[in-house]
Design a protein around this ligand. Sequence first.
Ligand code: FE2
Length: 368
Amino acid sequence: MTAQDNAVYIHTMERLLPIVQELSASRDLPTVMDIVRHSVRDLIGSDGATFVLRDDDFCYYAEEDAITPLWKGNRFPMTDCISGWVMLHRTPAIIEDIYTDSRIPLEVYKKTFVKSLAMVPIKTNEPIGAIGSYWGQIHNTTFEEVKVLQVLADTAAIAMDNIRHQDIIAVKAKQLEAAIDSTMFAVAKMVEQKDLYTSGHQRRVAHIALTIARELGWDEKRCEAVFRAGIVHDIGKIGIPSELLAKPAKLTACELALVKTHPEAGYEILKEVPLLLPMAKIILQHHERLDGSGYPCGLQAPDIFPEAMILAVADVFESMISHRPYRPALGVDAAISELTANKGLLYDEKTVDALVRLVDEKGYQLPL
Ligand SMILES: [Fe+2]
């Protein structure tokens, strides 16, 4: 290698480094292919580049960047194309003159600008694709150029593996979420069977809280977390005698004190499941009030989770518009008046405003 060649090689390697970093951090296949096809032409100075994926017994030319179109979107049998040869032999193909190489299906190549090519497998052990580089003039591919191609292919392989694992994890997480949801619904039913007067209360609170969170512009994951917390927010009532929950009269101070243990009881139940700990913490705070007058901890504004503030507003609203054993339903107007009169004092202002907007301006239909 001459001194000039060496300088070019070092310069290419310096340009390759950020590309490798970008490629490794890619989170989807189109991005991987996009980076590779541009980088091949930029780094090697070729006239075309393709990204080929193995599709059973076919080579799928998934992406390309070339001076004139090559085969993007086409599929060829593994045994009939050079990328298939590369994958089947698990080794690069370096072809200086395609018209003198028996591996080349000339009828296909005659219609293209290609005179020389270099192709390397993606994953040498068990190829899942190939990266190709093409020249319109006879080109003597150097060892360094092949090395650059192979680094791109190896990095693409790692990125594709990462993407596949992330996809598997995402599917598993969805399955787990679905399992948790059905368990939560079952648990909610258990509590509500014990306390018939609040049957459906948790579901309705969850629905109201979810709608408020969306109105506040929260991202969907966080909205879903609020919904899930709502579904079981009174789970701690499972430890309170049914007669007390259904008592058709005002509770004594002693009885009230017992009912007020339900946020902590709910927290104690849910915190045992590590995945449910964040939900347990929200539930613990759903009777806290901004001025510290709530229970069980008498927390004040900055220490109360926004999720718990939403649940608090949804809980008060739903309770006031519903019939209770000790009083008839008070109605939407009374509920909105109570929340509005105490917004910024007991209840979070933005949360109350969001609910008022939903009810007064956006025709929010309360869940049955
Ligand atoms: Fe409650």
